[in-house]
Design a protein around this ligand. Structure first.
Ligand code: SAH
Ligand code: SF4
Length: 408
């Protein structure tokens, strides 16, 4: 019998299930607390429930149903990439980044302020690892698996979550695009990635600072309702504040419009990646459907909270979108918006014919935006050696389909 996952059910659905089993409604709250609050991995562990109810549930095929960490790759920089297997055998990737990748910097939030003084140069972003990282790693040696993140030598950690198996959007620079779309993830599979990773690292919500970025495989806004349901479960059940979550979209207009109406929602990041529709359409064909002006108009309508900024991601592709005239265009577009820019040096992938920008160009681009009044950060590439960096998910499936020559 296929497992029926409890994870993913909200309080109302759990109450419905209890009703159907002839149980008291308060049992729903106990299960909710056990799977999201206590993050228990199996029904056997839910000792707040009477044995008879656990028995009843398991006879009907129910269990917590967390995704299984089928493979783990650990980078020299501390980043970990997990292959997560769902109950039907489909897999996605989830990434753990102790100390984050700088993506939260300067957005005015608490998470950003923790980053003060931790800035990489353009040269370091292109070459990969940074001196500050090596120092931290040396300092962190000998840390144990117990205790809070801080006790382990980290100030915080970021989990990068997938929202779909593959992606339908087809951005030319992204490896995930090569997989096409296989299916949407359910809310339980999205929230389950977070729960599994938190459990692996023994994270204590409230003590440890955890940021969630919905920037893994897939386009969250093409799986809108399950993605938003996962967000609510993570906030209300697991206890991660919404202010510590960021969702990135490639620019799905109806998604941005719906997002603007949400009362509980993460912060938004838009993958801008070009300053005009022509260049953007070449690298992101989705631009043929929704133009930059439409996307920005929708973004302007989002009621921003205090200390909230909208992030614009900008993948720098050598010779394509990394020249001073492009920076000028970006400045014009973002004029008047409460925006910050995250520059991402393109991470190479097999079979993708772009090149990385010159470090000097990255520096000039950043300087121009900053001088134009936009807080602009260079995202630190994380876990490149294990193919965990932006746009490198998911190599494993690519390998299976013969897309990638395995080396090393
Ligand atoms: N699908 C969503 C979120 C996942 S991609 C989106 O596209 O926004 C997260 C970020 O990685 C996006 O900003 C995307 O532009 C960027 N990205 C994709 N491929 C990349 C690559 N090879 N190198 C660097 N960044 C990449
Ligand atoms: Fe999909 Fe984002 Fe990759 Fe584009 S960049 S193909 S939207 S995962």
């Amino acid at each position: 019998m296929e497992t029926r996952a409890l994870i993913g059910l909200d309080l109302t659905e759990l109450a419905g299930l209890m009703g159907a089993l002839g149980q008291k409604p308060y049992r729903a709250r106990q299960i909710f607390e056990a799977i999201y609050g206590q993050r228990l991995p199996s029904l056997d562990a839910v000792t707040t429930l009477p044995g008879s109810l656990r028995e009843q549930l398991s006879t009907a095929g129910w269990d917590v149903g967390l995704p299984v960490m089928a493979q783990t790759a650990v980078s020299v920089d501390g980043t970990e990439r997990y292959l997560m297997r769902m109950t039907d055998g489909e897999t996605v990737e989830t990434v753990w980044m102790p100390d984050g990748d700088g993506g939260e910097r300067g957005d005015g939030s608490e998470a950003a302020e923790e980053e003060a003084g931790d800035v990489e140069t353009a040269m370091e972003a292109v070459s990969g690892l940074t001196p500050s990282f090596w120092e931290r790693r040396a300092n962190g040696r000998g840390r144990s698996n117990f205790g809070t993140l801080a006790e382990k030598g980290f100030r915080r950690a970021t989990i990068c979550i997938s929202s779909q198996v593959g992606c339908a959007v087809n951005c030319r620079f992204c490896l995930t695009a090569k997989l096409g779309i296989r299916r949407n993830l359910t809310a339980g599979e999205i929230a389950g990635q977070v729960v599994s990773v938190l459990n692996r690292h023994g994270i204590q919500i409230g003590k440890d600072r955890i940021n969630l970025v919905f920037m893994g495989m897939g386009e969250p806004f093409l799986n809108y309702s399950e993605f938003m349901k996962a967000v609510r479960l993570l906030v209300e059940g697991v206890g991660v504040p919404e202010s510590r979550m960021t969702v990135s979209t490639s620019g799905v207009l109806p998604g941005i419009e719906a997002f603007a109406r949400e009362t509980l929602r993460p912060k938004l990041a838009l993958s801008l990646n070009a300053g005009n529709d022509q260049v953007r359409a070449e690298i992101m064909p989705i631009t043929n459907k929704w133009k930059i002006a439409q996307l920005l108009e929708a973004v302007r309508k989002i009621p921003l909270r205090t200390r909230e900024w909208v992030t614009f991601e900008y993948v720098l592709l050598g010779g394509i979108n990394d020249q001073p005239r492009h920076a000028q265009e970006v400045l014009r577009l973002l004029n008047g918006l409460r925006a910050k820019v995250n520059l991402i040096v393109w991470n190479p992938g097999p079979g993708i014919a772009y090149r990385q920008p010159e470090p000097e160009d990255v520096g000039v681009f950043q300087k121009m935006l900053i001088e134009g009044g936009i807080a602009t950060y260079i995202r630190r590439p994380r876990g490149r050696d294990i193919y965990a960096a932006c746009g490198q998910l998911k190599r494993t499936v690519a390998e299976e389909s013969g897309l990638v020559a395995i080396s090393g």
